[in-house]
Design a protein around this ligand. Structure first.
Ligand SMILES: Cc1cc2nc3c(=O)[nH]c(=O)nc-3n(C[C@H](O)[C@H](O)[C@H](O)COP(=O)(O)OP(=O)(O)OC[C@H]3O[C@@H](n4cnc5c(N)ncnc54)[C@H](O)[C@@H]3O)c2cc1C
Length: 691
């Protein structure tokens, strides 16, 4: 069916597939191994598993027997590294490291069986010198709590068991109907094409050539990469494929865990600190290729010969326009565009454009008011399913910010011009993602409209319900309130950095996870803690949305800039000077900040203007409740939620927002030192701030 079936999302259709899923140490045939042993792969979770192991060893005051099963190069290297790290950690914690013992276990008679004898001999000496026992020719038949059962050897005590046995193929391959060798690896031809499948390629640990067995080693996987990419391009462009010719011999450098390494190639063995430095240099250079991506070059647009330099600058910047909420029209532009507009007057419009809020409130004759809101933006992620989730979540945010419950949604989608089957697949994935979020919010998708356009985009008109007395407005800020933000800031700068290839994958993945997190539970929690006002922080950034609140409430607010939660990587991308294309418009709102000369010097100051897509709620609860409210939010999964400031009486100062650069004022407010002093209201001055 040309579909990849995934565990946690709808199937992904493909025209051409490349399977590079590596291998995992085989625990399948050994009873108890998957419960009691720590496999080295999947590698992305190994560090966490090893850190948990170290914590357990320290809890035992360093008295622990550590066994590693599998004595190939990976196993030997890992055990030497573990020994070095654990002894150091145990000593550092003040315990006696002689309580630690290590043993390397292999089912075959030799450690490092595929390596030259001289190389093996060096490692026997190194292991002996480090006090690591070696048990060979003893296959593990079972793993039980605290011990390994070895054939022909009996039980071996082991408090911690690491598992690095031969590479085994993924078991699901057998169900995919693809040709496999007797061990279960994918059979490929010399063009890296799965035998008998014109549309499936594979490379790395997961493959088996029919004429030659390659070691399951990164050296070969890495070399196959360019050949694989070339053959995929050739297939798509109808050209003949090229053969991949793996090298006969490879260089192996195995670290001993003490900035020392042993290497071999063509039977020659070398050793020393310099070998380790060589290995380290190779490894870092390799990793840099994937971390320090070259800056994305934007093809200069053919610009009209305009005399107006400013206009020309703005037009050329459009090439790098952000999607998501970074694609919103700036607050100032919007205010000016809507100024003077006179909508039809209706008595049943409770909140409309005259006092704009997160959503309009309309009296439709029932016990509750109808909440109405619409959001729509260009794609910020390539995956339409994820975009669907983000867009739906973002649209629901306005209803939650108003204290309402979502009721119905209408979708509006733009899909790029393309083959019918692709358009259908994208649309289906996008709506599936959105509907999952809407269903969870008990919001019925009742209709929509779709069209073709230049770029993928999605939006929703959402209706909600709220009892009139429970509606949360932006104008409810009360002196003595604490200001709580539920999600970290930074999606604008991170997504802009991602467009330029400057954001790390884990930063972007974490930002996406936050954009997918619903504000629904947070809204419920705020209600329990006596919330006075709320808004969702989106395109105008934290300052833009806070200004809307303080203006409407005629109060001042103080923000403790160091408590503002930030997404991982946002500091770094801002330090690189990477901002959303909406940032300059948002920064115009700086006139609302007091003592700008000092505040503007703070390195995180630009993030206060960063436009958010599917951002968190900014809500005001009485300061006395604020810390308990934050604890409840964190317990409910809003890990970054924090108390970031407080509300005071409107002062005589022109600017309603001040930044607390030392954290002292918020601490004083929390300690009850803040007193509500009546100050002259300065309505005229509030109106004077040009937004
Ligand atoms: C401790 C240790 C040390 C090693 N040291 C070296 C060394 O110094 N030099 C060397 O050349 N080799 C070394 N190797 C071997 C090397 O790691 C592998 O040969 C190499 O990583 C294989 O590359 P690959 O791309 O085939 O698979 P991998 O690097 O394992 O990548 C496979 C990827 O596919 C993903 N994946 C797997 N299943 C699925 C699925 N169902 N759905 C979606 N994604 C999936 C995995 O998460 C992973 O990201 C070492 C191995 C170990 C265990």
């Amino acid at each position: 069916g040309r579909r990849v079936i995934c565990r946690s999302r709808p199937p992904v259709p493909y025209d051409l597939l490349s399977l590079n899923i590596g291998s995992t140490p085989n625990t399948a045939g050994v009873p108890g191994a998957s419960e009691h042993a720590i496999p080295v792969k999947p590698i992305d979770g190994f560090l966490r598993r090893f850190e948990a192991l170290q914590t357990r060893v320290l809890a035992r005051k360093g008295r622990a027997a550590v066994a590693l099963v599998g004595a190939g190069a990976g196993g030997v290297e890992l055990l030497l590294a573990a020994e070095h790290r654990l002894r150091h950690a145990v000593r550092h914690a003040g315990f006696d490291a002689s309580g630690l013992s290590f043993v390397l276990v292999s089912d075959v008679p030799n450690i490092l069986p595929s390596f030259p004898a001289a190389f093996r001999a060096r490692f026997h000496s190194i292991l002996a010198a480090r006090g690591i026992a070696v048990v060979t020719g003893a296959p593990v038949t079972a793993v039980e709590t605290g011990r390994l059962m070895l054939a022909g050897y009996g039980p071996l005590a082991a408090d911690e068991i690491l598992w690095t046995t031969q590479a085994a193929p993924a078991r699901w391959l057998a169900k995919a109907g693809l040709p496999l060798d007797p061990r279960g690896f994918l059979k490929v031809d010399s063009m890296l094409r799965v035998i008998g499948q014109d549309d499936v390629f594979a490379a790395g640990d997961t493959i088996a050539f029919s004429d030659r067995e390659l070691p399951k080693s990164g050296v070969y996987a890495v070399r196959a990469g360019p050949a694989l990419a070339d053959n995929i391009r050739r297939t798509l462009t109808g050209r003949s494929l090229r053969r991949f010719k793996p090298q006969r011999e490879a260089l192996y450098l195995v670290s001993t865990g003490e900035r020392h390494a042993v290497g071999t190639r063509n039977g020659v063995v070398v050793e020393g600190a310099w070998v380790w430095r060589w290995k380290d240099w190779i490894d870092r250079r390799f990793m840099r290729k994937y971390n320090d991506l070259p800056e994305m070059k934007v093809a200069p647009a053919a610009l009209p010969p305009l005399a107006d330099r400013e206009a020309l600058k703005e037009i050329s910047a459009i090439a790098m326009r952000c999607g998501g909420c970074g694609a919103k029209v700036g607050a100032t532009v919007l205010t000016r565009a809507l100024a003077g507009l006179i909508p039809a007057a209706r008595a049943d419009v409770v909140v409309g454009l005259d006092a704009p809020d997160d959503a309009a409130l309309v009296d439709v004759g029932g016990e509750k008011l109808s909440l109405q809101t619409v959001d729509y933006f260009r794609a910020i992620v390539d995956d339409p399913y994820t975009l669907g989730k983000i867009a739906a979540n973002h649209a629901l945010g306005d209803v939650y910010a108003m204290g309402g419950e979502p009721q119905t949604a209408l979708a509006i989608a733009t899909v790029p011009y393309g083959l019918e089957s692709k358009v259908e697949a994208d649309l289906s994935a996008m709506i599936t993602g959105a509907n999952e979020v809407l269903r969870e919010a008990r919001c019925a998708l009742v209709g929509g409209h779709s069209s073709e356009g230049a770029e993928l985009a999605l939006g929703f008109a959402v209706n909600g319900l709220v009892p009139a007395a429970a509606a949360l407005r932006k104008d409810g800020l009360t002196p003595g309130d604490g200001l709580i933000l539920t999600k970290p800031l930074g999606t604008g700068t991170l997504l802009a950095a991602d467009m330029r290839g400057r954001a790390k994958a884990r930063w972007v993945m974490a930002a996406i996870a936050h954009m997918i997190q619903s504000n629904g539970k947070a809204a419920e929690i705020f209600r329990r803690y006596g919330v006075h006002a709320a808004t969702d922080v989106t395109g105008f950034g934290l300052i833009g949305h806070l200004i809307e609140m303080v203006r409407a409430s005629n109060v001042d607010a103080t923000l403790d800039i160091d408590r503002v939660p930030l997404l991982d990587g946002a500091r770094e991308t801002v330090a690189l000077g990477i901002f959303s294309s909406l940032q300059p418009q948002n920064v115009r709102l700086r006139r609302a900040i007091r003592d700008l000369a000092a505040a503007g010097q703070h390195p995180l100051y630009p993030l206060l203007f960063d436009p958010q897509t599917s951002g968190g709620l900014l809500a005001a609860v009485p300061l006395a409740e604020a810390e308990r409210c934050v604890a409840a939010l964190r317990a409910a999964g809003y890990a970054g939620a924090d108390l970031i400031g407080f509300v005071t009486e409107r002062s005589a100062a022109l600017e309603p927002i001040s930044l607390d650069l030392t954290g002292q004022r918020l601490a004083e407010a929390l300690a009850g030192l803040y007193t509500t002093r009546a100050r002259p209201h300065a309505l005229q001055q509030v109106a004077d701030i040009t937004l």
